[in-house]
Design a protein around this ligand. Structure first.
Ligand SMILES: *Cc1c(COP(=O)(O)O)cnc(C)c1O
Length: 369
């Protein structure tokens, strides 16, 4: 028999860590339903990627290459930098944690918008630093002026998420450049571009066009979303060498597996990548069509530049999420705030539109902001 799970302990833990909410993966989708809660790519790997992963699996008795040199070289070539200006991590969440640890300690502040990526508050707390959350604008985008104004002597890191997870709004190039002009050059700015490949707004910031321009800017990207490799955990950072070196020092060694780098390298080969980017294009169009249809139903959907849309359901969040679940759709609900729905299988779109069309009326309260 297993002992009942203890809910308290006398072991002296860091109180701020013990108080963190436990990670909840979200409910599994019902049979024949749709898991639209984690912004995953609905397609499985292309054959070349699957084969590369299988080949790498045959060598898992060996430790991986600690610096993921081959993948860094491919990425360096792609972005026109040296391989020292690329850092690979076990997903860009790992890299975010590494950069925050490298720059922010107890007493220091990390500024980011809110609502934004759920992982940010925990990463900051684990570093022992303090979160400074700047409310989004009424259009659900970052308020970069307020974020710049929130920088104090204690600020060590500012995280900009574009497109913002979970609201979907991208920061524009002009907004970002104005913002960078206001940020002191000795404070680290992390531009989290996990959804960069889905962006179709020409005015949106593109970190890759800013490489080398700012001594305090690091870009974060991932193979999890557009490249469909969420399960193997691989992401990368591009930025100035001394900052990347500091982040490298905070990593748990050998976190990036050979299976992961083999998958990423295969995904970057021309034939595989062409197919993956074709799929991204299908998802971006599906997203735009879904958003347009929801707006036509009366939903105030903000600009959507990632592979998801945001429903500002406010105090009806629980009810709407439940109705979606009953129809076979698992979405990510943020109680009191809204629901993020990933753009997934083609067949999920009709289900979403049917359910959501029944829930919205011309005078819904959530339409007011
Ligand atoms: C998904 C996501 C990431 C990265 O996820 P990994 O799987 O760890 O690469 C980073 N930032 C945001 C905003 C995300 O939504």
């Amino acid at each position: 028999m297993t002992a009942p799970e203890p809910t308290t302990t006398h072991v002296r833990l860091r109180p701020e860590i013990a108080a963190l909410p436990p990670y909840r993966q979200g409910r599994p989708a019902p049979a024949n339903g749709f898991k639209l809660s984690s912004n995953e790519n609905p397609w499985g790997p292309v054959p070349a990627v699957e084969q590369a992963i299988a080949a790498a699996a045959a060598e898992v008795n060996r430790y991986p290459d600690a610096t993921a040199l081959t993948l860094r070289e491919r990425l360096a070539e792609r972005f026109g930098v040296s391989s020292d200006e690329v850092l690979v991590g076990a997903g860009s969440v790992s890299l975010l944690a590494q950069f925050v640890l490298a720059a922010a300690a107890p007493g220091d502040e990390v500024v980011y918008s809110w609502r934004s990526f759920e992982a940010y508050p925990g990463l900051v707390t684990v570093a022992g630093a303090t979160s400074v959350q700047v409310p989004n604008r009424p259009d659900h985008g970052h308020d970069l002026d307020a974020m710049a104004a929130a920088i104090t002597d204690r600020t060590r890191v500012v995280i900009v998420c574009s497109p913002n997870n979970p609201t979907g709004v991208a920061v524009t190039r002009d907004e970002f450049e104005r913002f960078m002009a206001r940020v002191p050059a000795d404070r680290l700015v992390l531009l989290d571009e996990a959804y960069a490949e889905f962006v179709r707004d020409e005015a949106a910031v593109d970190g890759s066009a800013l490489i080398g321009r700012y001594p305090n800017l690091v870009l974060l990207r991932t193979f999890s979303k557009a490249y469909g490799l969420a399960g193997v955990r691989v992401g990368y950072a591009i930025g100035p060498v001394p900052i990347l070196d500091a982040a490298r020092a905070t990593a748990i060694p050998l976190g990036v597996t050979g299976v992961a780098t083999a998958g990423a390298i295969a995904a970057m080969t021309p034939e595989a990548e062409a197919e993956l980017l074709r799929r991204v294009d299908v998802l971006a169009r599906r997203r735009d069509a879904l958003r347009a249809a929801l707006i036509a139903q009366g939903w105030p959907i903000p600009e959507a530049q990632g592979n998801f849309v945001w429903l500002p359901t406010r105090d009806r969040t629980g009810e709407v999420a439940e109705r979606l679940f009953e129809a076979g759709v698992v979405a990510r609900a943020f109680p009191g705030d809204g629901i993020r729905v990933s753009v997934g299988e083609e067949e999920s779109v009709d289900v979403l539109l049917t359910v959501l069309g029944e829930l919205v009326g011309p005078s819904q309260e959530w339409a007011s902001t």
